[in-house]
Design a protein. Structure first.
Lengths: 279, 122
């Protein structure tokens, strides 16, 4: 364990960032937030929810125009219809979730102590289907993501609130695994996530401006013009892995769920504004 | 024209510093041909894609993660040292985002030579 933290700290330090060696989630939160607030002093904390559009005026103007007729709207409608359609056994998704599944996106991802794993909303929707005798839906895009978009939509205005419980050491371990993933170089091109979204946030890769890690998870799932459709957070993870020529992991794999746990925790306190629209 | 003169001025002492003998005309022609290939390799998104991070010469829409590639001969003692930066940038800066083009076999040794030939006189 000590070794893992050391590796993480060493990587971060090498990236030119002065982060504390043995920081826990609370210390991380403060440090990462300070780092981004310092890097982008004119961006108010809640604005980070808008990702790259919080820091790029020109792209923001285009995006605001797109938001007038949001490309994700039809997906919310489709998701709502699917959400409200009863399973063959007469039950619905609402029966699987607290508050009938409305306005609960702030509860994800969370540590499931009984099962010893990080639960994401997408996985919970899938498991709800299976528990009701329905067949699995593909992850990443399609109907499952539309349902997620609808559930995210009903949660707008709630705040990110990821808890790393202290009564189960495995929760901290999952968080730390996500953190290690984030700071580990991978792929032939040898990048860590942090190289692009910490160290070089705000810089340009050709014409792509790199968004800060802070706030990246608030607007998921998202419609992406490049995809011409909605996609999940894990779909984006896969894309970011592939572009550095690293093998992507599977949707809802332990690696990506832990990564989601770490990354979402960073945005605690930032309002949920999903689904989003991105370039 | 000014640029050529500047490049010559920068290149000649550098060649001397690099401990190289005055190159025969054929070698100069080779070097020019290599530099030309190097330029297209450096700009090609599937090869060097150096423009992702560096402003270079007349490259279109460069990124700005790395410094503009200019005056290389005042930045490095010789071409080999600059080539080494391209081969594995983590040697000089362990936290660098610059991909280790040689160490990770992103580019062949020959292609790195060509890119170095292009970058060095800039």
């Amino acid at each position: 364990m000590k070794k893992l933290l050391l590796t993480v700290a060493a990587t971060v330090l090498c990236g030119g960032l002065q982060l504390t060696a043995f920081a826990g989630p609370n210390e991380d939160l403060k440090e990462y937030r300070d780092l981004f607030m310092k890097k982008f002093p004119s961006v108010p904390f809640q604005e980070f929810a808008n990702g790259v559009y919080a820091i790029d005026k020109q792209q923001r103007a285009n995006w605001e125009q797109i938001e007038e007729f949001p490309p994700y709207e039809p997906y919310i409608d489709q998701g709502k219809a699917l959400f409200e359609t009863a399973f063959k056994n007469g039950k619905t998704y609402a029966d699987c979730f607290p508050n009938k599944g409305i306005g609960i996106a702030d509860r994800y991802p969370h540590w499931d102590k009984k099962r010893g794993k990080v639960m994401t909303m997408e996985l919970a929707i899938q498991e709800c289907r299976e528990a009701n005798g329905e067949k699995k839906l593909p992850y990443s895009k399609g109907k499952l993501v539309s349902i997620e978009a609808y559930m995210a939509y009903t949660s707008r205005g709630k705040k990110t609130d990821v808890v790393i419980p202290t009564d189960d050491p495995r929760a901290l371990e999952a968080y730390n695994k996500g953190k290690e993933f984030y700071f580990t170089r991978r792929g032939q091109l040898n990048f860590s996530c942090a190289h692009c979204h910490f160290q070089n946030a705000g810089m340009l890769v050709r014409t792509d401006r790199l968004s800060p890690a802070l706030g990246q998870t608030t607007h998921m799932p998202k419609y992406r013009s490049k995809w011409g459709a909605m996609g999940s957070l894990h779909r984006r993870f896969k894309g970011c892995n592939k572009q550095v020529r690293a093998a992507p992991f599977k949707d809802q794999s332990e690696e990506y769920r832990n990564l989601e746990y770490f990354l979402t925790h960073m945005s605690n306190g930032i309002e949920l504004n999903g689904p989003g629209a991105r370039k | 024209m000014r640029r050529i003169v500047r490049n010559l001025l920068l290149t000649v002492p550098a060649l001397l510093l690099g401990g190289m003998l005055p190159a025969p005309p054929a070698a100069i022609a080779d070097e020019a041909a290599m530099a030309k290939e190097g330029k297209s390799l450096a700009f090609n998104r599937k090869k060097g894609n150096c423009l992702a991070c560096h402003a270079i010469d007349d490259g279109v829409s460069p990124g700005n993660i790395g410094p503009p590639l200019v005056q290389m001969s005042s930045r490095f003692p010789n071409k080999a040292a600059m080539r080494d930066q391209i081969w594995d940038a983590t040697k000089r800066n362990p936290g660098t985002p610059m991909p280790p083009f040689g160490r990770h076999k992103i580019l062949s040794e020959g292609d790195i030579d060509r890119i170095a030939a292009f970058i060095w006189p800039l």
